[in-house]
Design a binder for this molecule. Structure first.
Ligand code: CDT
Length: 302
């Protein structure tokens, strides 16, 4: 068996006035705790360095860009990378990325995977961007991810931590295609940070189901693809907006093996056998044997 001790580093709220330095301190505190519990990797949420700024319509570009990172690591996050190297623990971290590319500036909702030497070994840019792109004042708060980010190119896996690892971010976890495209590349464990407001303005009748839908998506995705799924929240009351917690680690059986119980900074851990994936990948979800791609064409048509 190939065991990987995976910690969830769930974050409580980050207010607008909280500095990155203060947030990185909290991440470091959880990293130390995770290490003391025997973790080999700690998974942090989506947009884990700042408050969830897409809740505001921000007209001023300079103000907007103050929420993005132009390099990684940078002065504020270097202590986290240094601690990871010192403790020999890896991490997954979500943040807003401002990338200067040949054709100009691009904004992504990004996650990185860092190895136990403190080196970035993979980067993922969020594909499914929820919400809207124009200011909608009728909402109690905005969800302007479509305005502030552009979609990344797709899902890929990386050999790391003794297995085949994939990354996704928040809304991606609600889409069957996310897990399936990763699984088709042999994914054994997917890391998924999220920020999920309890209130969904266009469908308030779903508010009471927000925790259920989170767990349902993670459990279905893990089981139907014979992989581990690690979902980690930024939770609690952030600038007046309440977000769900419910971070959990789901086995390839679809069973929840560890779960956070607060809406604050909280570390929970599971000992995950990556070899458990094979039982599902070889039987019920043996893709080579049982998939019928000829019947799936519509999925990739617009
Ligand atoms: N961050 C993120 O993707 N949140 C969404 C909220 C959906 S409501 C617009 C989610 O899927 O959890």
């Amino acid at each position: 068996s190939r065991h990987l001790n995976v910690a969830m580093g769930q974050l409580g709220p980050i207010q607008r006035a909280d500095s990155r330095t203060a947030v990185v301190k909290r991440l470091c505190t959880m990293m130390r705790e995770a290490k003391s519990l025997g973790a080999q990797i700690i998974v942090y949420p989506e947009l884990a360095l700042t408050t969830f700024f897409p809740r505001w319509y921000i007209d001023d570009v300079q103000e907007l860009h103050s929420f993005y990172e132009t390099s990684m690591p940078n002065i504020a996050t270097q202590p986290l990378f240094d601690l990871a190297r010192q403790l020999e623990i890896g991490f997954y971290l979500g943040y807003a990325e401002l990338a200067r590319e040949a054709d100009g500036l691009h904004r992504y909702n990004t996650a990185i995977l860092v190895n136990t030497r403190g080196e970035i070994v993979d980067k993922y840019r969020k594909v499914h961007l929820p919400g809207h792109s124009e200011h909608e004042p009728w909402r109690r708060f905005q969800h302007l991810e479509k305005r502030y980010f552009e979609p990344g190119p797709g899902f890929h896996v990386r050999r790391a931590f003794g297995g085949v690892m994939g990354m996704a971010l928040c809304n991606d976890r609600r889409w069957a295609e996310t897990y399936r495209v990763l699984a088709l590349q042999g994914c054994e464990m997917v890391f998924i940070g999220y920020n999920t407001p309890v209130h969904n303005a266009p469908a308030p009748q779903h508010d009471d189901l927000s925790l259920f839908h989170n767990q349902l998506s993670l459990q279905a995705g893990a089981y139907q693809n014979g992989m581990w799924a690690v979902g980690v929240a930024k939770a609690g009351l952030e600038e007046g907006v309440d977000s769900i917690g419910g971070s959990c680690i789901v086995a390839p059986s679809g069973e929840v093996v560890a779960r956070c119980i607060t809406k604050d900074d909280e570390v929970q851990l599971a000992r995950c056998d990556l070899d458990w994936c094979a039982v599902y990948k070889r039987t019920t979800f043996n893709f080579d044997l049982h998939r019928q791609p000829h019947a799936y064409g519509l999925i990739t048509e617009k």
